[in-house]
Design a protein around this ligand. Structure first.
Ligand SMILES: [Fe+2]
Ligand SMILES: [Mn+2]
Length: 244
């Protein structure tokens, strides 16, 4: 039995007080803000599903159109907390890949980083839809309101500076934890609009995991999952890229 590292996403219940505090402060002072770092849609060159793109997935406009067909429903406290967490977890991915691209200049980081911006935008649509404050409204790249995500980001950046292989493993680890957290969140969510975005983000993460896995193989390296099981990992990386 492998022991699994404790991660922010698994401790959402313990973070309830802190998150509510963040939400309260944010609603007092941060409401006029817009997304830190911009809310641009994925560039059109990501339309393909090549090995380095991680699969572009739907555009922000596509997600917005899909959401428009679903009426908002009553939002539980857990659902609200999950949205706040997801917004910052996608930001962690976006900011990490921007930093790692700056260090290593390998396209996979830039391409997948653009997809993480779309994921951030999708969660922002739900924050707006439910009138929740945006935890990423004014934070700079690499800055997070959630202290556990801040700590994780620091550890990942330290690892990712060591070598390109370590940086690619950081990419795989981010997708590993993202998939674990999204699966845990989905189990606590019943609103159809939230489930749509969760499914979309998880599909993106599966494609990103495949891309990092394949890049590692080309470097003669492998990643051992820390959050999902080896069987779950193998099932993902040994299945084809998903479209749509
Ligand atoms: Fe991702
Ligand atoms: Mn993502």
């Amino acid at each position: 039995m492998t022991s699994k590292t404790t991660h922010p996403g698994f401790r959402i219940a313990h973070l309830a007080t802190a998150l509510v505090a963040v939400v309260s402060v944010a609603s007092a002072v941060l409401l006029p803000g817009c997304g830190g770092g911009g809310d641009d849609a994925a560039p059109s060159y990501l339309a393909g599903n090549g090995p380095d793109t991680g699969g572009a997935g739907p555009s922000a406009a596509g997600i917005e159109a899909a959401l428009a067909t679903i009426a908002p429903a009553s939002l539980s406290v857990a659902e609200a907390e999950s949205l706040v967490f997801m917004r910052e977890e996608e930001k962690l991915a976006r900011d990490a890949y921007a930093a790692l691209y700056g260090l290593w200049h390998v396209n996979v980081f830039q391409n997948i980083g653009a997809s993480e911006q779309v994921h951030m935008d999708a969660v922002k649509m739900l924050l707006t839809r439910y009138a929740l404050p945006d935890p990423a409204a004014t934070t700079l790249p690499g800055q997070f309101g959630n202290p556990l995500l801040q700590t994780l980001y620091g550890a990942l950046m330290t690892s990712g500076q060591a070598s390109l292989v370590d940086a690619l493993k950081v990419g795989a680890e981010i997708e590993d934890v993202d998939i674990r957290d999204l699966r845990a969140i989905k189990a606590t969510v019943d609103n159809a609009d939230l489930l749509l975005v969760c499914e979309n983000l998880e599909k993106g993460s599966r494609n990103h995991l495949r891309a990092f896995h394949n890049n590692l193989l080309r470097q003669g390296a492998t990643y051992t999952p820390k959050y999902i099981t080896q069987a779950e990992y193998d099932a993902i990386v040994n299945s084809p890229q998903e479209k749509g």
